[in-house]
Ligand binder design. Structure first.
Ligand SMILES: O=C(O)CCC(=O)C(=O)O
Ligand SMILES: [Fe+2]
Length: 284
């Protein structure tokens, strides 16, 4: 039997117990799902629709990926290969940083979603800070919300997983199993299901993602900063079957990155940690 305790909790953001419930779920599953969050869902859906069209159009080639600044567009032919995998992911994406390029072909809807998600992120990091055991909190070089204050490194990734054509290499997935590099990831519900989390029992479980929900997960940097008290958790995006295979999937995760000089642990600053991981991904 699958252990229901390993399913990410669905936490009502209006509930007074939300901070404790969210952090409990992060601790035990690496994920939590928030309802009644402050993001404007209609704005998000408008951003999804226009980015679906843009990322599927030739105009994206006006914004080739910049390996130094790490912004711009990466098409399916150059997409990431997750650690330990042979096949590239079946996805295209655009990276937006506060000081980076933003395409003129789309409205500012995604930027407005970004601002809302960043405001929520400060609140969520405050919840985590408050719920950490004292011994773990004492190890932090500064409070978690402060780590991202003034950071120019928080990354908005706008992903489009194209419809499947049927000739994909065997074993290729929309996103192969991986862990995120950053502190926390804030991921408003994508346009279709597919996200799965690996439980401690070795079983994959779908992450609930109805419209109006928002997924939070722990990344490697938060695992590093909390000495493993909050584990970074493996997740993937599986390929749809049947009719759903003919539809693209759009999602817009925000990856919270501290300022480069923020000390995560005795061995790593945020800057040194990121450098190491980007090399492994083949993005540097
Ligand atoms: O598209 C998704 O739902 C998740 C994407 C993801 O895990 C990532 O880009 O790191
Ligand atoms: Fe991820």
């Amino acid at each position: 039997m699958s252990d229901p305790a390993l399913l990410p909790a669905i936490v009502d953001g209006h509930d007074a117990r939300a901070p404790a419930r969210l952090v409990h779920s992060l601790r035990h599953t690496g994920f939590a799902v928030l309802t009644h969050h402050p993001l404007d869902v209609a704005l998000l859906q408008a951003a999804h629709a226009e980015w679906d069209a843009f990322l599927g159009s030739p105009a994206v080639d006006n914004y080739p990926f910049d390996p130094v600044l790490q912004d711009g567009h990466v098409g399916p032919e150059r997409s990431e290969t997750a650690r330990g995998h042979a096949q590239r992911d079946l996805k295209a994406f655009f990276h937006h940083y506060p000081d980076g390029r933003y395409p003129q072909e789309v409205s500012d809807a995604a930027l407005r979603c970004r601002a809302q998600a960043e405001a929520l992120a400060v609140q969520l990091l405050g919840w985590v800070q408050q719920e950490l055991p004292e011994a773990v909190r004492a190890q932090l070089s500064e409070p978690l919300p402060d780590m991202i204050a003034g950071s120019r490194r928080t990354l908005l990734r706008i992903l489009r997983y194209p419809p499947l054509r049927g000739d994909e290499p065997a074993g290729a997935l929309r996103a192969a199993a991986h862990e995120d590099i950053n502190l926390l990831t804030v991921l408003p519900a994508a346009t279709a299901p597919g996200l799965e989390v690996l439980g401690r029992d070795g079983r994959w479980r779908p992450v609930p993602c109805d419209p109006g929900m928002l997924v939070i997960n722990t990344g490697d940097m938060l695992q590093e900063a909390t000495g493993g008290w909050l584990p970074s958790t493996t997740h993937r995006v599986v390929n749809p079957q049947g009719d759903a295979a003919r539809r693209p999937r759009v999602s817009m995760p925000l990856f919270l990155h501290p300022r480069a000089e923020v000390r995560l642990s005795a061995r790593h600053t945020a800057g040194s940690y990121l450098e190491e991981r980007l090399r492994e991904l083949g993005l540097k």
